[in-house]
Design a binder for this molecule. Structure first.
Ligand SMILES: NC(=O)c1ccc[n+]([C@@H]2O[C@H](COP(=O)([O-])OP(=O)(O)OC[C@H]3O[C@@H](n4cnc5c(N)ncnc54)[C@H](O)[C@@H]3O)[C@@H](O)[C@H]2O)c1
Ligand SMILES: O=C(O)CCC(=O)CC(=O)O
Length: 368
């Protein structure tokens, strides 16, 4: 912790959180009963249909919604909201990744229906009151207490089918929540503590998932880390890293988790020299043991790079569909949303350099 007076105002979001490998079906039935619901709108995309069918067996489902699109286009949200009203739904149950949770949030925003979320990736949307909608290539995010799920049910058995590459990318989405929380506009000692524990959990969990994708221990650690990462992000808010990724996702439709995984080391290398104390703590959480004379920023970046190599995380925006000629436009868009509190000064040129390095998959912090 920095050497200054300890003082903060921290808001904790209230929700019931259950983590129980193999227990989702039972817990979901109990939650539906506890909430007194009789007309469930079950939201799950095609890729999550099998899992959703399994965990929802026996529930009073009056509407099964399958149209799920990443970054929640407003047209999709509107269709789902109308369907919820027509079906007279009294509870939203989302089973799936961040896109599925995001659609449930979009419906809850206007209907104020409660959500029970059963996450199947490590995106963490289930533990935030942040919504995201995309219209005309622009992603808008906002905060609304109505979109925070009342209950989250984590069951690592449901994540066994998540392909290893996607598990890794999604885990890096969680790590990005943690790292960005160390300097985001609302950072405080509480969300920093949660973020550092989130880094530890994901740093031990991800290599286990890669080594043994069917193993419960690695998956449990990743879900635990994903939850902590989301709680820290929910409190600290979006820092520079998230602002960059929202521009890239909204304007260029890049895959969410992979984009986070690629951009994170570059933002860490950019900001860490301006916050040596946070950098030292991040490095330690990643498992490094920096000595007194070591440069903390370098130690943090090296530790993240080691993990990236160990789990073969994605490296280049050019590999996930970004065109090089879009870089200047993306930098201009980022400049409109840079958090004024970012620890290192940000210019259009510096964002363009960062994006070029991330596009090409260069070593973080390098110019060539
Ligand atoms: N509001 C927030 O706080 C917040 C936080 C993080 C992410 N998000 C949003 O979440 C979205 C991205 O979520 P994501 O990265 O989880 O991707 P996703 O939800 O789009 O899922 C990616 C793919 O994985 C499949 N999948 C999910 N779980 C699976 C499983 N267990 N087995 C097999 N396949 C599975 C899905 O069907 C999909 O094809 C973005 O729109 C992002 O903005 C929001
Ligand atoms: O819900 C959204 O689409 C916005 C929040 C978000 O995507 C967080 C993240 O970048 O992981």
């Amino acid at each position: 912790m920095a050497d200054h007076k300890l003082a903060f105002t921290h808001e904790t979001l209230g929700q019931r959180v259950i983590l129980d490998a193999g227990g989702a079906r039972r817990h979901l039935a109990e939650e539906v009963e506890r909430l007194g619901a009789s007309r469930v709108m079950l939201i799950a995309g095609d890729g999550e249909a099998r899992i959703a069918d399994e965990v929802s067996a026996g529930l009073p489902v009056s509407l099964r919604w399958r149209e799920v699109v990443q970054h929640v286009p407003v047209e999709v949200a509107e269709r789902a909201r109308s369907a919820a009203a027509e079906a007279g739904a009294d509870l939203l149950v989302s089973v799936g990744g961040g896109s599925t949770t995001g659609l449930a949030k979009a419906v809850a925003m206007t209907t104020h229906l409660p959500i029970v979320a059963v996450p199947t990736t490590y995106a963490g949307s289930e533990a935030t009151r942040m919504w995201g909608l995309t219209e005309n290539r622009e992603k808008t995010t906002g905060l609304d207490p109505a979109v925070l799920p009342v209950t989250v049910i984590y069951d690592s058995v449901l994540t066994l089918s998540l392909p290893v590459a996607l598990s890794v990318a999604s885990g890096f989405n969680g790590l990005a929540h943690c790292v960005d929380s160390m300097w985001a506009p609302g950072t405080d000692p509480i969300n920093q503590a949660l973020a550092l524990e989130g880094i530890r959990a994901l740093t031990t969990g991800l290599p286990k998932v890669v080594a043994e994708p069917e193993g419960i221990d690695g998956r449990d650690r990743c879900l635990y880390g994903a939850y902590l990462s989301a709680v820290s992000f929910a409190s600290a808010g979006s820092g520079l890293h998230h602002k960059i990724c929202h521009v890239l996702g909204g304007a260029y439709d890049l895959p969410h988790a992979q984009t986070h995984a690629i951009v994170l080391p570059h933002v860490l290398a950019y900001n860490a020299p301006a916050v040596p104390d946070a950098a030292r703590r991040i490095a330690r959480a990643f498992g490094a043991r920096p000595g007194q004379k070591d440069d903390p920023a370098e130690a943090a970046v090296t530790a993240l790079e080691r993990l990236r190599g160990e789990v073969d995380a994605p490296r280049a925006l050019k590999d996930v569909g970004m065109a090089e000629f879009d870089i200047p436009g993306a930098a201009a868009r980022v400049m409109k949303v840079v958090p004024p509190s970012n620890p290192a000064p940000v210019s259009r040129e510096s964002v363009e350099i960062l994006l070029r390095a991330a596009w090409a998959g260069r070593t973080p912090g390098s110019r060539s």
